[in-house]
Structure formats: structure tokens, C-alpha cells
Design a protein. Structure first.
Length: 201
């Protein structure tokens, strides 16, 4: 570990924001994955098997809220990533899933077949994030006259530009852009630390 005791900050221009990553992994229910005609799953680990959110079925909706507190709207875009999984397969229907997802001013319609994992990535202006949390709405659209449309969410992740407000935390995890300066000045506020503490970056 490199220790820096520099106290001459006058030659450095402070950066206006850093990046914070908010991620929620959903692991409340175990899904066995696809079954065969006898209702038996593959003994090997397969796609869509594992611990995920409890899910939603045909005509149902769920909402997930991700923390985006202290967003900085004058910087670069936020990067959003989530994984949606199909957890049913209706015989004779293709596709047999219709999910509408709404978040940060965006709406996407997903039509897909059977037990499949779908990873989505989006770049959105930070101004479209909520000032405290950003809701993600997942809805099964009941327009295909199917008996089942079971889906679930594995995780949601939002990496977004964040002000230098450390949220009154004593351990604050962030990343910063590489700059043209040899060193970067970070003028944090609201950081809960005792005078004399060593700050590790």
C-alpha cells in the first residue's frame, strides 16, 4: 500500500463527481430450471437454475427500487444492467413470455421463449434517475392467452455519477475517472470519520 502525505492541494482542480455502483442481488427463491416431459430437471447445472427473486407470473407485476441518492446530473451517463429470466415453458407457444420493463424514463418490451436468461445493458442520463431511489417495474403482459408466464430477476446494477457527499458513511466505496493530473483532488463532504483516521483509496 502506498502512503501519500501530500497537503499541497492548490495546484489540483477538484473533480465535481465520482462514480458509485448500486447493486441488488435477488436470492429469495431457488429455481430448478427447465424440466422434461416427466417433470424432471437436468442433474447438471443449467440455464435459469439458481437463487433469484421470487418472481412474477402471467398478469402480475413487481417493483424493485435501487438507491441512486446524491446523483450528479452534470456529468456522464449512468450505466444500468439487469438480468431477466424466463422460468416457464408453455408447450406449443413460441414466444411464451411477454415482459414490459420500465425504468429511468425507458420502457422495453421483451418477447421470448421458454427458460432463457436475458442480460440488458443501458446508458441513460443521470437526470433520469430518481433523486433518492430509481424504481424498476417488471410486468407480465397478459396478451397471449397463456396459462403461465413465469419470470424472475437475478440482479439490478446502476453505476452512476455521484456528488462528493459521502452519505455520512464511515466506509464509502466509489470509483473515479482517470484524469490528466498526476493526482485527483476529491473534496468529500458528510464523511463520518474520526480526526486522524487514515483514508484508503
Amino acid at each position: 500500500m502506498f502512503s501519500d502525505n501530500d497537503v499541497n492541494f492548490s495546484s489540483y482542480t477538484p473533480v465535481p463527481y465520482i462514480f458509485k455502483t448500486s447493486r441488488q442481488n435477488y436470492t429469495s427463491l431457488y429455481f430448478a430450471g427447465e424440466t422434461n416431459s416427466a417433470g424432471i430437471t437436468d442433474p447438471e447445472y443449467t440455464e435459469c437454475e439458481g437463487w433469484f427473486d421470487s418472481g412474477f407470473n402471467v398478469g402480475q407485476s413487481i417493483t424493485k427500487n435501487i438507491s441512486t441518492i446524491n446523483r450528479y446530473t452534470g456529468g456522464t451517463n449512468a450505466q444500468i444492467e439487469f438480468v431477466l429470466l424466463g422460468e416457464s415453458n408453455v408447450a406449443g407457444a413460441n414466444p411464451d413470455h411477454h415482459v414490459r420493463t420500465t425504468f429511468a424514463g425507458n420502457t422495453i418490451d421483451s418477447l421470448y421463449e421458454g427458460y432463457k436468461s436475458h442480460k440488458y445493458s443501458f446508458s441513460v442520463p443521470a437526470s433520469q434517475l430518481g433523486s433518492s431511489t430509481t424504481p424498476f417495474f417488471f410486468s407480465s403482459i397478459n396478451d397471449m392467452n397463456l396459462p403461465s408466464d413465469r419470470n424472475t430477476v437475478a440482479y439490478i446494477q446502476v453505476k452512476y455519477p455521484h456528488t462528493l457527499d459521502a452519505e455520512n458513511s464511515s466506509a464509502f466505496y466509489f470509483s473515479a475517472e482517470d484524469g490528466v493530473q498526476a493526482k485527483t483532488l476529491l473534496n468529500f463532504t458528510n464523511f463520518s470519520a474520526v480526526s486522524g483516521d487514515t483514508v484508503r483509496l
